[in-house]
Design a protein around this ligand. Structure first.
Ligand code: GLA
Length: 340
């Protein structure tokens, strides 16, 4: 049994998922493949083949452990807690998506692993939204990153050739064909690694919660521009970013539907400025990378994902020569079983 979980690119809609907002994202062909084989034992034996590290733990008592082991132990524990009879198994992971760099290697691992284990159990896969929530609990409760559902929904619901407009209040998804003509989307690594559990990510979540408490609303989706004056700095800036970022998602959808790539590029760059100036989630290495790709001809560029480092997404016009370290990205298949 083997299964694949994809990484993702977020076109626009950053830090909106845990604020009941909007995002426009797609799964990429880079991801994590998990091979799983049932054994007669009562242990999970896991091998992260890229780094040559192993983990062994009792399938019925997966106590937490740091690093990649937290994802594996957490996924087994959460599947068991959801009523699935996880058997003793040998697992082997191999990944093509860079880790800790804004391309969602975590969700790729959780999704690939859960689909492979569920395949071993030979139960029908649970509702994919339930599985997305289960994977997100692994990050929240086992890894310690208070992430939202962006990465898991994209990995489980995305499809080749299209982006997903996700409304995190209703969890509705709308397919938006990604026809970008002769233009190119590419990612460039800023070279600065980050961990969502230790970066300012969790602090930003707390700030958003506090802003809602002060205004007396359930989520920042309900915040209006008039409410901003009731907030002290920097909470007013955090909230302004969310209000405007939600609007940018719909501007990007409109640009894609009308093949207006110049407008899409402007939205991408505006999102970056907002994440940097209002949300305070950029770094010197990221700024240097954004400036470099813009100098090399990109029409728009932005930091992607949780922030504080990681990859930059850039939109290049037709005929532009890409920087040597740029990697083209396009929507690939969502998470799936690849062999039985
Ligand atoms: C990370 C998290 C997501 C989302 C983004 C920011 O990728 O895993 O849930 O919050 O950051 O948009």
């Amino acid at each position: 049994m083997a299964a694949f979980g994809p990484g993702r690119v977020n076109l626009v809609g950053e830090h909106t998922d845990y604020n009941d907002g909007l995002a426009l994202s797609f799964p990429i062909s880079l991801g994590v493949t998990v091979h799983a084989e049932a054994t007669d034992g009562a242990e999970i034996q896991a091998l992260a083949s890229d780094i040559g590290e192993r983990d062994v733990f009792p399938v019925d008592r997966p106590r937490n452990a740091p690093g990649w082991r937290a994802f594996v132990r957490g996924s087994v524990a959460e599947l068991t807690a959801a009523g699935h009879q996880v058997p003793g198994a040998r697992l082997r992971f191999s990944g093509t998506v860079p880790q800790g760099s804004g391309l969602s290697s975590s969700a790729a691992l959780e999704v690939g692993l859960c689909l492979a284990l569920l395949g071993l159990i030979e139960e029908p896969c649970p509702d994919r939204m339930d599985l997305a929530r289960l994977c997100s609990r692994v990050e929240n409760q086992w890894v310690g990153a208070q992430t939202g559902l962006l990465d898991q929904i994209t990995a489980l619901f995305g499809n080749s050739g299209e982006a997903l407009r996700i409304d995190f209040r209703t969890l509705e998804r709308e397919s938006v064909p990604l026809h970008i003509d002769e233009w190119t989307l590419a990612t460039v690594d800023s070279g600065e690694p980050r961990s969502l559990s230790t970066s300012g990510y969790n602090q930003r979540r707390d700030e958003c919660r506090l802003a809602c408490e002060i205004v007396g609303i359930p989520s920042l989706r309900d915040m209006t521009p008039d409410d901003l004056s009731r907030l002290p700095a920097p909470l007013d800036e955090r909230a302004r970013h969310i209000i405007e970022e939600n609007a940018r998602v719909d501007a990007a959808v409109a640009a894609l539907r009308s093949h207006d790539m110049c407008s899409l590029a402007l939205v991408i760059s505006a999102s970056h400025r907002s994440v940097r100036d209002l949300y305070g989630a950029s770094t010197a290495a990221v700024e240097a990378t954004v400036s470099r790709v813009l100098r090399s001809g990109a029409a728009g560029a932005r930091m992607m994902g949780g922030g504080f480092g990681g990859h930059v997404l850039a939109l290049f016009p037709p005929g532009c020569e890409l920087p040597v370290d740029a990697r083209r990205v396009s929507p690939g298949p969502g998470g799936h079983v690849i062999a039985t």
